[in-house]
Design a protein around this ligand. Structure first.
Ligand code: ADP
Ligand code: 5GP
Length: 197
């Protein structure tokens, strides 16, 4: 597969992690970009697997040293994408998958625009927005996941509309209604962009 820089965004609870996991299982040539965050681990999350869980001081240091490709405050916590693993993955012919918010996606888009035509990162840039079928269903999924407090769920729902208003900034949009169907649409996008279809 041609190396892709896949950027996926969605309101929290849409099913992005579920869809990303399916993609990573099917395509071993796609590496997941492990973000840094200042938020506390949730459920079974492990440091260095799901996120690098950092103190605010350590996060700030990495920003200052230019170690992050992009960073943003999302739902009150800092999140950022380590830059080095992306170039390293591309150097090895691997694709990389970023699960980041709409602000971060736009920062990556702006960075990509500064690269010369023909740069593999620019050629492989594939931005996808995953949409929930409705806000009501989003609430059901956040409650059903049972990992966040009600206050956190309300904050995430409050932010969801603003994120959905930015869906048109993305080249591709996939509604996660039926999981199987949504995954098939996502898979087709990746296969077409990767030159497999
Ligand atoms: P995100 O990563 O976008 O926050 P998750 O992948 O954690 O979301 O999914 C949120 C919840 O919704 C999980 O409990 C997951 O099992 C469920 N879910 C994901 N996709 C669907 C779907 N298509 N239909 C119903 N429930 C889903
Ligand atoms: P969660 O706390 O549910 O894991 O993630 C909350 C939000 O932060 C999601 O929209 C997720 O995509 C986003 N996010 C995760 N990592 C990053 C990152 O490195 N950068 C940015 N900008 N957003 C991120």
């Amino acid at each position: 597969m041609k190396p892709l820089l896949i950027v996926m965004s969605a309101p929290s609870g849409t099913g992005k992690t579920t869809l990303c996991d399916l993609l990573l299982q099917e395509f071993p040539e796609i590496t997941y970009s492990i973000s840094c965050t200042t938020r506390a681990p949730r459920g079974e999350e492990e440091d260095g697997v799901d996120y690098f869980f950092l103190t605010q001081e350590e996060f700030n240091r990495r920003v200052k040293e230019g170690l992050l490709l992009e960073h943003a405050v999302v739902h009150g916590n800092c999140y950022g994408t380590p830059a080095d693993p992306i170039r390293e993955a591309f150097a090895e012919g691997q694709s990389i998958l970023l699960d980041i918010d709409v602000v971060g996606a736009d920062l990556v888009r702006q960075y990509i625009a500064t690269l010369p035509a023909g740069d593999p990162l620019r050629e492989g840039f594939t931005d996808i927005f995953i949409e929930p079928p409705s806000i009501e269903e989003l609430r059901n999924r956040l409650v059903g996941r049972a990992e966040d407090s009600m206050a956190t769920i309300e904050l995430r729902l409050k932010n969801a509309q603003g994120e959905m208003d930015r869906a048109n900034e993305f080249t591709y949009r996939v509604v996660n209604d039926e999981l199987d169907l949504a995954y098939r649409r996502l898979r087709d996008i990746v296969m077409v962009r990767g030159g497999l279809l």
